[in-house]
Design a protein around this ligand. Structure first.
Ligand code: ADP
Ligand code: MG
Length: 303
């Protein structure tokens, strides 16, 4: 698996405000990641730091395995972290031509990207006539002109009507299906659930969870396990009545449960089968409750 971005122990202070505390996660190629958390939880700060527009207080991040300078690496990153802004009196196509000129990109990309975001029919309309959803879609087309490795979006559906939200989500899924890695920040649980495969949950600058979206919403919770022989571990667990399904991720075995099973019982069971674990974490059901708490806070702050 190819690592696009690594973040380790990132801290950010704005004067007395601790905006990020010890944030660490990795972005792997081809996946769709969400940073989920209520307003003020540090999502935009995280994106700003890795895009080199906000200075970190401490910690490290590296792009593409650290093989190149941040400045070079960022040429392979497409990002929309502010409200889309183009020349109002110019058409969609003219605006994209200008972007191509500035970034030395061939004009032939323009039609392809306008098509991807569903703006082909409106390419000769002035930007000033666009709805907010269309402006956002044009921004996505613009960020994709140079076929970046990863697309970064900060609250891509904020302020849009339900139809606009739906269109943006569909476009994000389409871009992902073509193999582009995506990192999006959102305060909406349902957005992350619908669009993302992986999620980092932030609250007040701290990381509550990092992992698959499936794992986050598993009803009976799930175990993260590792042993010398993961194959043997999997085959033994396959027959356990409390086990619903087993997946493997980054060398760890994730065991989703269909009925209650304590860490102690699981450990005892595996030991009786001659399997010693080097790693055992139970992710608790309360994560979903934490989620509801998060989104509740978010909606209050948005009103
Ligand atoms: P989010 O994007 O999740 O809403 P932010 O990253 O924008 O969160 O903000 C995280 C915290 O940092 C908040 O408490 C916010 O008020 C604070 N903050 C963000 N930008 C600044 C800034 N330029 N100066 C001071 N405090 C800031
Ligand atoms: Mg933000």
């Amino acid at each position: 698996m190819e690592t696009i971005l690594t973040i380790e122990n990132l801290h950010k202070r704005y004067g007395r405000i601790q905006a990020l505390r010890n944030i660490s996660f990795e972005i792997q190629k081809g996946r769709v990641y969400g940073i989920l958390g209520p307003n003020g939880s540090g999502k935009s700060t995280t994106l700003g730091i890795v895009l080199n527009v906000i200075n970190r207080t401490s910690g490290i991040y590296s792009w593409f395995g650290g093989k190149m300078q941040t400045h070079e690496a960022l040429k392979k990153v497409g990002a929309i972290i502010e409200r889309p802004n183009f020349y109002p009196y110019m058409t969609a196509e003219e605006n994209l031509k200008l972007v191509c000129k500035i970034k030395s990109i061939d004009y032939s990309k323009i039609n392809e990207k306008l098509d991807l975001v569903g703006l082909t029919e409106r390419k000769n309309s002035k930007f000033s006539t666009f709805s907010l959803g269309m402006k956002q879609r044009l921004a996505i087309a613009s960020a994709l002109l140079n076929d970046p490795e990863i697309l970064i979006l900060d609250e891509p559906t904020n302020g849009l009507d339900p139809q606009g939200i739906h269109q943006i989500r569909d476009i994000i899924k389409k871009i992902a299906s073509q193999g582009t890695t995506i990192l999006l920040a959102s305060h909406l649980l349902d957005e992350v659930e619908k669009v993302c495969s992986h999620v980092v949950v932030l609250r007040k600058g701290e990381m509550l969870y990092s992992g698959s979206v499936d794992g986050m919403s598993a009803n009976e919770g799930f175990f993260e396990l590792q042993s010398e022989d993961n194959e043997a571990l999997k085959s033994v667990l396959d027959d356990h009545p409390a086990v619903d399904r087993i997946t493997e991720e980054d060398g760890k075995i994730l065991v989703y449960l269909k009925s209650e099973l304590s860490a102690a019982h699981l450990n005892q069971f595996l030991f009786s089968k001659n399997i010693a674990l080097s790693h055992l974490v139970k992710r608790k059901n309360s994560l979903e409750a934490q989620f509801l708490e998060l989104t509740k806070n978010a909606s209050v702050q948005n009103n």
